[in-house]
Design a protein around this ligand. Structure first.
Ligand SMILES: [Zn+2]
Length: 367
């Protein structure tokens, strides 16, 4: 009880709980709430109990991550850990289904906004929001204890990192991506199927299009999330050897109605990751600067610099407009906008020049 109460306190997410950590749900409520899902033969009561005991991480909570988290939370996945580095903005609302206008107005971090929204429709599961950028230095801590990892990211760098971690730990993960009207997904079952690096030894050329250059249909996002969430249910209920699991790379273009499926049933011999077990992305040094997808902005990592928002607010007042809440501080210094997180990480909007972003950070936050 205490640890759950503490967890709720630390995340700000209110959760109604039963009497022990082991019993995260009330069986009678469970039957009622999930009755239509239990009636489905593929799940049943036994499957529902497995879902309640399951622990799933969703990395990235933008459009795909929101849809995945919403579906799995409503399905009764017992513990969902949501990792996201970003905050909600108005342009997200067209497709990121867990957020609303108030989240955008207050720049609430997506992990926090998602956890709040989920707690409002399913208070019987545990949501663990992590406002962090998944990098080699923190991946062990962020994914520890999870049995399945779902991809809600928007970049291959993070996907290769997840792939290395999952193959190294023999953990299943599900790749999902959507851009324009195109959606693609793959189940990676280490020891059985191909991994991401088997199929794409390098970032695929076709995927260099981003939401910014090609736009995105919310229906493409929901399609890929629906397929991936269903594969997650099969995996949790039937295990990683379930014959129901898809063992192909599946892609759709919803606008042209093209559909393709490539076998991924066997690993590629000599694959860097699953064949040679050369986990270069896992071993990679942490990345000091990242230009974000879909934005004219640069991210600065400064993990060793806890920020006192009240103090920083006072310090920045003479230099521009400052505003903060419990999770982020925003500072406008024309033409730049800096968003500072409690651990010292910052997103600087208005430039793609990493040296300039670094110098703005050094001048206003610290070097
Ligand atoms: Zn491989």
């Amino acid at each position: 009880m205490t640890s759950l109460a503490q967890r709720s306190q630390s995340t700000g997410i209110s959760q109604r709980k039963s009497s022990s950590d082991e019993t995260l749900f009330d069986e009678s409520n469970l039957d009622e709430r999930y009755s239509r899902q239990i009636l489905f033969r593929g799940i049943g009561s036994e499957g529902q109990r497995k879902l309640a005991a399951s622990r799933v991480a969703i990395v990235g909570c933008g459009a795909t991550g929101s849809a995945l988290a919403g579906l799995l939370a409503r399905s009764g996945v017992g513990t969902l850990r949501i990792v996201d580095r970003d905050y909600v903005e108005p342009s997200n609302l067209q497709r990121q289904s867990l957020f609303d206008e108030q989240d955008a107005a207050e720049s609430v971090p997506k992990a926090i906004a998602a956890a709040r929204k989920i707690a409002a429709f399913n208070s019987q599961i545990v949501i663990e929001p992590k406002v962090e950028d998944l990098i080699p230095a923190n991946i062990e801590a962020l994914l520890e204890g999870m049995q399945l990892i779902l991809d809600g990211t928007d970049n291959f760098e993070t996907r290769y990192l997840i792939n290395d971690y999952a193959v190294d730990h023999s953990l299943p993960w599900i790749y999902s991506a959507a851009v324009g009207s195109y959606a693609v997904t793959l189940n990676i079952l280490p020891g059985q199927t191909a991994c991401l690096a088997c199929l794409f030894p390098d970032s695929p050329r076709g995927m260099v299009e981003t939401c910014e250059t090609a736009g995105i249909l919310n229906s493409a996002v929901n399609l890929v999330a629906s397929i991936a969430a269903t594969e997650a249910l099969k995996l949790i209920v039937g295990g990683a050897s379930s014959p129901k699991l898809r063992r192909t790379l599946l892609s759709f273009d919803l606008w042209t109605n093209e559909r393709a499926e490539i076998s991924a049933a066997m690993p590629r011999s000599g694959c860097r990751a699953c064949g040679q077990r050369d986990f270069t992305h896992l071993a990679g040094e942490s990345r000091p600067h990242i230009t974000l997808c879909g934005r004219n902005s640069v991210q600065i990592h400064e993990r060793q610099r806890p920020i006192d928002f009240a103090e920083m607010d006072r310090r920045l007042q003479p230099h521009g407009t400052v505003r903060h809440n419990d999770f982020v501080l925003k500072f406008w210094h024309d033409p730049y906008e800096m968003t500072l997180f409690a651990d010292g990480r910052a997103i600087i909007k208005g430039t793609t020049d990493t040296a300039l972003a670094r110098s703005l950070y050094a001048r206003y936050v610290g070097s």
